[in-house]
Design a protein around this ligand. Structure first.
Ligand SMILES: [Zn+2]
Length: 399
């Protein structure tokens, strides 16, 4: 048993996760029993499914597969599953849970990783789904993920990657930006205005000190009226790209009308190219409400990072080649099928079944090999996974 250093930060490091130090203790006990009883080489199939989606979501975005593969690399398992970024429904039209991933190997070699594997899929898939819903609400306008501060910093990179894959254009943290292969984006915090003493002093200081490659987007709601401050920002900074409104809820009245008024003022003074960015407590519904305005982009925080986690579970469905399952779950190694026309999903015990979708099209088996004997067979960059998500949203008519 490992002792905990009481002075340390509470987040687990990578080695501790790989060593199953974060796992539920009952898996360790199970292994101890199986090893003692000579069952250490029992071969199983474990299936990853969920019964329903939170918030009455009709679909969700699978996210986190890449990290699961990195975790499992070197453990003697085979993994198959639908590709990361797949938009899925939890059940087939007949009510059968759709397998998202299948792991085969000796249970004692990978069972202890259940907690970590699920955590790497459940929360990121919730975040990616919330981001995809925001993407659909914001249509072709920019969405920046600003929600890391509402969650533990140890998972900033996970959150930003998931938000990006779900459809956000940019992320704010440096670690998240490195993971997705882009530059981190940001505007100006209220603390800069407060520290510099006035909007104008902060505008000037930012323009003077920060490298020219960083777009000048100024925050205009710290001290004065948004209309006045936006014009002041235009007059102070020659290459002003935009203004950000983060108006506190106590002063909002109608955020929509404040934005419309600022736009009118900017246009009437000749600053038509200055964009308006809105932030502050936004979610898919408030974004839909703001779409009538000429707002160019949204900074979205808590509603994405605090997305509900998905209730994916891992269940044994096959033992030494025979079908097995706990009650409430369907036994047998199953294959996931999808209609490429309407993206409806179905399940079969055969990898080459001839399934027809309700829409009339033939379904195709859509799982892919992800790992063979502990060696990964598939890898995709976050940008490619995000493009796959966007293409499916368009196919569903959501975007
Ligand atoms: Zn179909």
């Amino acid at each position: 048993m490992k002792g905990v250093d009481l002075e340390r930060l509470f987040a687990a490091d990578e080695k501790e996760i790989r060593d199953a130090y974060t796992t539920d203790v009952y898996f360790e006990r199970t292994n101890k029993i199986l090893n003692s009883k000579g069952l250490e080489s029992t071969d199983v199939w474990a299936e990853f499914t969920l019964g329903s989606l939170p918030n009455k979501w009709p679909w969700a975005v699978l996210c986190g597969t890449e990290e699961v593969l990195r975790l499992m690399e070197g453990i003697n398992v085979d993994i198959f599953g639908v590709p990361e970024g797949t938009i899925f429904r939890s059940r087939s039209p007949k009510g059968i849970r759709v397998p998202l991933m299948n792991v085969r190997g000796r249970y004692t070699e990978f069972g202890e990783m259940e907690t970590a594997m699920l955590g790497m899929l459940c929360h990121p898939s919730g975040v990616a789904t919330a981001a995809a819903r925001v993407r659909c609400a914001a249509k072709d306008r920019t969405v920046m993920a600003f929600g890391n501060r509402r969650m533990h910093p140890a998972i900033s990179g996970v959150l930003d990657r998931s938000a990006y894959i779900g459809g956000c254009d940019d992320v704010a943290s440096k670690i998240g930006a490195d993971i997705i292969g882009k530059e981190a984006v940001g505007t100006v915090p209220h603390s800069l205005m407060l520290m510099m003493g006035s909007d104008e002093a902060a505008f000037r200081a930012f323009d003077e000190i920060i490298e020219k490659s960083v777009p000048r987007i100024m925050l205009i709601d710290t001290f004065s009226d948004e209309r006045e401050a936006s014009i002041k920002a235009c007059e102070t900074i020659k290459d002003l790209k935009g203004v950000r409104l983060d108006t506190p809820s106590s002063r909002r009245g109608s955020f929509k009308e404040i934005i419309q008024e600022v736009r009118w003022e900017l246009d009437s003074k000749g600053y038509r190219d200055v964009r308006i960015i809105a932030s502050g407590g936004l979610d898919e519904n408030s974004i839909k409400d703001l779409m009538v305005t000429a707002v160019s982009g949204f900074g979205v925080g808590t509603s994405i990072s605090n997305a509900p986690t998905l209730d994916i579970s891992m269940d044994l469905v096959c033992k030494n080649g025979s079908s097995i399952s706990k009650k409430g779950k369907f036994g047998g190694r199953k294959y996931t099928y999808r209609c490429e026309r309407c993206l409806s999903m179905d399940v079969s015990l055969s990898p080459d079944d001839d399934l027809k979708c309700a829409c009339g099209s033939r379904m195709t088996m859509c799982e892919v090999p992800l790992m063979r004997a502990g060696k990964r067979t598939a890898t995709k960059k976050p940008k490619e996974i995000r493009e796959y998500v966007i293409a499916q949203l368009k196919q569903l008519g959501e975007l």
